[in-house]
Design a protein around this ligand. Structure first.
Ligand code: PLP
Length: 403
């Protein structure tokens, strides 16, 4: 018999990291700007930009820092409105406030993606940027969003914290907007405890972000790969003009991240296969609904989200989560777990926090279950079985057939 799988432990860091970490410990060379060139952080940036197919990458201390620096890199004036989805992690509105801007929340649909009608209505002249959070790796309709934003001349920042490896029309998520941000926090596909990176083709934006991330004096020179007159001009333009926020990544973190890059393709492939296997099982239940991906989207999930169907009240939904827990699988219902950081009504640091009835209704029935790429088929069967049976515990089996 398979026991409930442990879905919280991360994968071990590949052995390949050890030699480099030993070298760093032996030399004490932990700061990205000590070495004249080829520091682990600089190598990571080069490898990551190549992997995603962008001109530039800047590794920083977190995805939150990458979002903050992206907004500063765009040169938004204080008080500028920034559209964000009503369903995301609290770090996103926080980054907007940190950048002295005003978050404007947009409704999200039952499929966890941005409601385009509400988005178009809120994309007014006062909006200086939008952050598209691909929450839990669910990609919003980037064709429609890019068309609207390009027409309005509004830059798009992609929060791809949880979307590394996701494709949209075959292109890497995080490379569709002006700038894309990723996380290396432990619950993401690549784990260095903490860390983040931004990618862009915009020389001016990256030069500003590099300096503000803490490239004091002429350390920005270590960000210039080959001959790049546009980038050099941008650094010259911004020398001594910008504050330094010191959001740098350490060489130790970079060594841990670099060792995992070769694992990425496998994690994406296995994570997607695991997700789709469990999704098909859950969709066989009349009480559970896993929204399908959008047509242009090839996902890279490490968790699964599904909606409870026909659960009339919150008590019934909570009873489902309790029944699943009793069967060994922990379910988070975003809107029903206390002080959840992904429920917009808990972002009370936002002035004039609006209500978003559609997003609220979704959050009250949307379930979240971790599904790491390393799980085996029998562990996936255990998870799917426990969830389906938990729904039947509450709703009954016969009702499923309309009797
Ligand atoms: C994890 C996450 C973040 C924050 O990433 P950090 O690296 O912890 O700052 C932001 N947005 C989304 C969608 C996330 O999943």
């Amino acid at each position: 018999m398979t026991l409930a799988p442990n879905v919280y432990d991360a994968e071990p860091i590949p052995e390949a990291a050890r030699a480099e970490i030993d070298r760093l410990l032996a030399t004490g060379d932990l700061f990205r700007y000590t070495a004249p060139e080829n520091a682990p952080v600089a190598l990571l940036e080069r490898e990551f930009a190549k992997l995603l197919g962008t001109k530039y990458a800047l590794a920083v201390s977190s995805c939150s820092a990458a979002l903050f620096l992206s907004l500063l890199g765009l040169g938004l004036k204080p008080g500028t409105k920034v559209l964000i989805p009503g369903f995301t992690f609290a770090a996103v509105p926080s980054a907007v406030i940190h950048a002295n801007c005003r978050p404007v929340l947009v409704e999200v649909g039952q499929n966890y993606r941005i409601d385009l009608e509400d988005f178009a209505a809120k994309l007014t002249d006062e909006v200086g940027a939008v952050i598209i959070s691909h929450m839990r790796g669910h990609t919003s309709d980037m064709d429609a969003i890019m068309a609207l934003c390009d027409a309005a001349g509004v830059p798009v920042v992609e929060d791809a914290a949880h979307s590394l490896g996701t494709l949209w029309n075959g292109r890497n998520i995080g490379t569709l907007g002006r700038v894309g941000c990723f996380s290396f926090q432990s619950y993401k596909l690549i784990n260095s405890g903490e860390g983040g990176i931004l990618v862009t083709d915009d020389a001016d934006l990256v030069a500003r972000a590099v300096i503000m991330s803490g490239a004091y004096e002429h350390n920005w020179a270590k960000h210039i790969g080959g001959s790049d007159p546009a980038l050099e001009a941008a650094f010259a333009r911004w020398q001594n003009k910008l504050p330094l926020y010191n959001l740098r990544l350490s060489n130790l973190s970079a060594a841990i991240i670099r060792a995992q890059l070769p694992e990425l393709a496998r994690r994406v492939r296995d994570g997607r296969a695991n997700h789709d296997y469990v999704a098909e099982a859950l969709n066989s239940s009349p009480w559970l609904d896993v929204p399908p991906p959008l047509t242009p989207e090839t996902r890279a999930p490490d968790s699964i989200q599904f909606n409870l169907v026909g659960f009339a009240d919150d008590a019934e939904a909570r009873a489902f989560a309790d029944a699943a827990a009793a069967r060994g699988v922990k379910v988070q219902i975003f809107g029903l777990s206390r002080d959840n950081a992904r429920a917009f009504w808990n972002w009370q640091f936002i002035e004039d926090l609006p209500d978003l009835p559609q997003t609220r209704a979704m959050l009250m029935r949307a379930c979240d279950v971790r599904l790491p790429a390393r799980l085996t088929r029998s562990e996936l069967d255990f998870v799917a079985g426990a969830l389906i049976e938990a729904a039947e515990d509450i709703k009954g089996i016969t009702q499923a057939y309309g009797t």
